[in-house]
Design a protein around this ligand. Structure first.
Ligand SMILES: CC(C)(COP(=O)(O)OP(=O)(O)OC[C@H]1O[C@@H](n2cnc3c(N)ncnc32)[C@H](O)[C@@H]1OP(=O)(O)O)[C@@H](O)C(=O)NCCC(=O)NCCS
Length: 269
């Protein structure tokens, strides 16, 4: 006999009186763990170590907002067409892909380097250099490397530094660093690891799967997408960039500096 349909899940259950997430009553979690720890719990089934909780939180803060990028510009345009908040945010999330917000693809590549080292009996650093060389020969872009606007992404230094400080750094951060080192010889100049690339290697060293890292990016960047939609609908009248202004590159860095910012001035914590 066929089993009757039911939502079988290991994530959560609820009845009239209680909501239980991965075995914890939601009210016991509430007020006692951070959202980043909750992210780890919901996605992976267990609370993180304090170090992984702090590193997850750091990544999510680091990656949440990035001024105008493909996804936030998409949200702005969708909102300027009259899309509701949820629809505009969904459009922005759809703009996260192979070339933007991709922590999963660099993670897959670093895993591939580790497999390659094992298969060919090579030290990780040699396998890393080999993969860089082979990708360059195929004229294949390395996911998680270079940034169209920053060139050297300022987020990387902080994320990798924190990962070292917290003792998270392991095999995959080391592989990512070895790949970056190898670019000097292969390209004749350094091609820098970018923010999502550092998220990919640090995330693997915390035990996240590539797809879970993609989820981490979507979750934290959705904050930005909500903010951009709400600001757009609050301050602008719609049909943006259609008229009455010169032709521009909508993602140009020149339009994202302090001249186009009217929030609070620089301040310290
Ligand atoms: C994002 C990206 C499209 C930006 O490209 P861009 O600024 O327009 O850079 P260009 O295409 O002009 O590349 C200039 C040179 O830099 C090098 N380069 C740029 N990104 C590279 C990468 N990811 N891997 C290897 N070399 C790269 C190449 O030498 C390239 O010259 P070539 O075309 O002769 O091979 C590109 O860097 C990329 O595909 N990165 C990987 C995806 C990624 O990590 N995205 C997340 C960004 S937050």
């Amino acid at each position: 006999m066929k089993k009757p349909f039911a939502w079988e899940t290991g994530i959560a259950w609820k009845n009239k009186d209680r909501i239980v997430v991965r075995g914890y009553d939601v009210n016991a979690l509430t007020g006692n763990i951070s959202f980043a720890e909750h992210f780890h719990l919901v996605l992976r089934g267990e609370l993180p170590t304090p170090e992984a909780g702090r590193m997850t939180d750091a990544i999510m803060v680091n990656m949440a907002e990035h001024a105008m990028s493909p996804s936030s510009a998409t949200v702005r345009f969708a909102t300027s067409g009259g899309a509701d908040l949820n629809a505009a945010v969904a459009a922005g999330v759809a703009g996260i892909g192979r070339l933007h917000g991709t922590a999963d693809r660099p993670a897959e590549m670093f895993l591939g380097v580790a497999e390659r080292a094992e298969r060919d009996g090579l030290p990780d650093a040699e396998a890393a250099a080999k993969v860089v060389r082979e990708m360059r020969e195929r004229r294949e872009r390395m996911p998680g490397f270079h940034h169209a606007q920053h060139i050297r992404d300022p987020r990387t230094v902080r994320l990798l530094g924190l990962s070292d400080e917290l003792g998270v750094t392991g095999r995959y951060v080391t592989i990512a660093r070895a790949m970056e080192d190898a670019t000097e010889e292969v390209f004749g100049r350094r091609i820098w690891l970018n923010g999502p690339g550092s998220m990919g290697c640090v995330g693997l060293d915390m035990g996240y799967e590539p797809l879970q890292l993609k989820a981490m990016f979507i979750v934290c960047r959705s904050l930005s997408l909500c903010a951009h939609s709400i600001e757009e609908v609050t301050r602008e009248k719609g049909w943006r960039a259609s008229d009455n202004s010169d032709m521009v590159q909508p993602l140009s860095l020149e339009m994202q500096g302090p001249d186009h910012y009217d929030g609070p001035a620089d301040r310290t914590l």
